[in-house]
Design a binder for this molecule. Structure first.
Ligand SMILES: [Zn+2]
Length: 392
């Protein structure tokens, strides 16, 4: 793949164009239009928008080979603390060798880099099929947009182009879930609490047991996280009444091997034998998002952890490509969840995370991406595509 000055400028320009499109989860239409136009302009064989609004571009090689997906999400998070931004969040200004703005690191630069790399490699150099997916709703509902695309499609591997500073290769990722605890009691006037059954006290006792239950340790992943993040009670406002209902939300990070059942069983074991345990219900949380196309995404908030081991052919190919691009990529665990939690964790498709930008800057004022990392990752993705004939 040749990356001349003109092509470098095209990658930078396209990144800026996407950053200038606002678009939270469920409202990605402006970015989707820009992505589809760019895919057509750069000569993708097919470009389609699915029911949920994700854009799928396909480039077929001259020879048979594997199908690799390069994925990036199009949505960004809302601007928090605008007073701390020193630049226009949707300005995509260039200064100090960086592009500044929301979504630069997370992850319009990664999407721009993989889309351009897929187009820049000559068809004659490609063995197999490249699918570039620009997915919706990732910031609120990780993975489901990509999951819809992968269902019923034969795919050998997925590259998630989330930020790893273009120097690290994430070969594993923690899972996540929310657990909703619903606790029941009996309402009564607060002057006569003995006539009621206070659901908040019961929730506090149950929460204390869950808080103290053993955490799992793993040499690679560390300690798993089970953290209480929200409490609501009913009636609300509560003046005058003993509450008859309390709702507690737990947010958790999961290790490989943990399933919905094994995880909920740990909670059940923690509250077993406790007085009133039968009035405590536990379930996995749900998320619902209305897409800009009018479709709805509705799913359980549960993502398995994932790992792609050293002997896996896709990992070998990617490590080879990075070396040949001059990158000594250190294998790391990705600390956030990504679309790889669906492709690898849920669907068992070998996946890796590599891309320009810095996860530490994501969702924060003055987000930016180093142009050097952006261009380096175009080269790296290009090399991965050129090595497809050596896959397996
Ligand atoms: Zn992201």
């Amino acid at each position: 793949m040749k990356l001349n000055r003109e092509r470098e400028e095209e990658v930078i320009r396209f990144t800026q164009e996407m950053v200038r499109c606002p678009g939270f989860s469920g409202d990605e239409s402006a970015t989707a239009a820009v992505v589809a136009r760019q895919m057509k302009k750069l000569g993708f064989d097919t470009v389609e928008v699915d029911r949920w609004g994700s854009v799928i571009g396909v480039r077929r090689g001259a020879r048979p080979g594997p199908t690799f997906v390069f994925d990036g999400h199009m949505d960004v998070v809302p601007i928090h603390m605008p007073e701390l931004w020193r630049c226009e969040p949707y300005g995509a200004e260039i200064a100090d060798g960086k592009i500044w703005g929301i979504g630069t690191s997370d992850m319009k630069s990664g999407l721009a880099a993989c889309l351009c790399a897929a187009a820049f490699v000559d068809r004659a150099e490609i063995a197999g099929t490249i699918v570039v997916t620009a997915t919706v709703a990732e910031e609120l509902m990780i993975g489901r947009g990509l999951g819809k695309i992968l269902e019923g499609r034969k795919v050998d591997a997925v590259m998630t182009c989330e930020p790893t500073r273009a120097k690290r290769l994430a070969v594993a990722g923690v899972g996540r879930t929310t657990v909703e605890m619903s606790v029941h009691g009996l309402v009564a006037h607060s002057s006569q609490p003995h006539l009621g059954d206070n659901a908040v006290y019961r929730a506090m006792d149950a929460s204390e047991r869950i808080r103290k239950m053993p955490r799992r340790q793993d040499a690679f992943f560390g300690t798993d996280v089970i953290e209480l993040v929200e409490i609501k009670s009913r009636p609300s406002p509560g003046n005058g009444s003993v509450p008859d209902h309390c709702w507690v939300l737990w947010e958790c990070r999961l290790f490989p091997g943990e399933t919905r059942e094994t995880f909920l069983n740990r909670f059940h074991a923690a509250i077993k034998g406790f007085h009133g345990a039968e009035k405590v219900n536990l379930k996995i949380g749900r998320i619902v998002i209305d897409c800009y196309t009018g479709e709805r995404l509705d799913c359980e908030d549960f993502l398995k952890a994932w790992t792609t081991p050293p002997e896996e052919p896709f990992r070998k190919l990617v490590e080879q490509a990075l070396l040949q691009t001059g990158i000594q990529a250190e294998p790391v665990i990705f600390r956030g969840c990504t679309n790889a939690n669906i492709s690898a964790g849920e669907m068992g498709i070998p996946s890796l995370v590599y891309g320009p930008g810095n996860l530490d800057l994501a969702h924060k004022p003055n987000e930016h991406v180093e142009i050097e990392e952006l261009l380096l990752s175009v080269k790296a993705y290009g090399r991965m595509i050129e090595l497809m004939d050596q896959y397996g």
